[in-house]
Design a protein around this ligand. Sequence first.
Ligand code: AMP
Ligand code: MG
Length: 273
Amino acid sequence: MAARPVSDRWRVTSRRPVDLSARDASAKTGAPGDKDATKAHTATLRARLAELQAKLYAEGSRSLLVVLQAMDAGGKDGTIRAVFEGVNPQGVKVVSFKAPTPEELAHDFLWRVHAQVPSDGDITVFNRSHYEDVLVVRVHDLVPEAVWRGRYARIRAFEELLHAEGTTIVKIMLHISAEEQKERLQERIDNPEKRWKFNPADLSERHHWDAYQEAYGEALGQTTARHAPWYVVPADRNWYRNWAVLQILVDTLEQMNPQFPPAAEGAEDAVVV
Ligand code: AMP
Ligand code: MG
């Protein structure tokens, strides 16, 4: 029997709401060693990710969708930078979902999302996603409860469709603590190099912490699936988070097992003249 993938540790396997308050955001369990040892292993995983991505791209018949969600200052941008720095930018796309435009709002909530799913051979990372439509939308009562609640089933059906048509889906929540968020937001105010990221709205959003955690907990349980699993990664420590996210992606791609396609007929004997 094959060994369980390392990333199973963070996988959400039950439909029950996830109690995020019971999960230590600063955990470093399962790490291959201390900070330095883990960083060294992270570099190895980064190289492995690049190899697997090259094969997925060459194979050109399947794709990978990575959904990244987190509270404000949860580290989504930093994760994307650290995890994908070694891959070929051709074949990897990052899509950020902001508050919907009037045109987007005039359509169903999946319209803008479906338009951005990966093409064959590609990896697409969603920096926020259709999950905002059961998170911020729920917390701020932007649609009636019956509507956002109905979206869990809509999301499950949508992700099933993508999966059936050749897209592997992996969903990652970067879990930070309220204290860590406070420090990071303060750092955005105090550090001139980070101030561009500071959004005064983040301060008022912070007051809805518990409501967001509840919305996340329910969304994670309602939409985790064998073919589209959620992972909750302790994300107070960047080095642990980067290692964990890479581990999840490498495990997922290894499971997909992409292959270089066979060479064209007669390629072995061809001579360039
Ligand atoms: P940021 O990721 O910091 O650039 O912020 C993007 C903002 O867009 C966040 O405040 C999200 O809550 C908001 N946002 C993203 N998707 C939606 C959505 N479907 N409905 C409402 N707000 C959204
Ligand atoms: Mg922001």
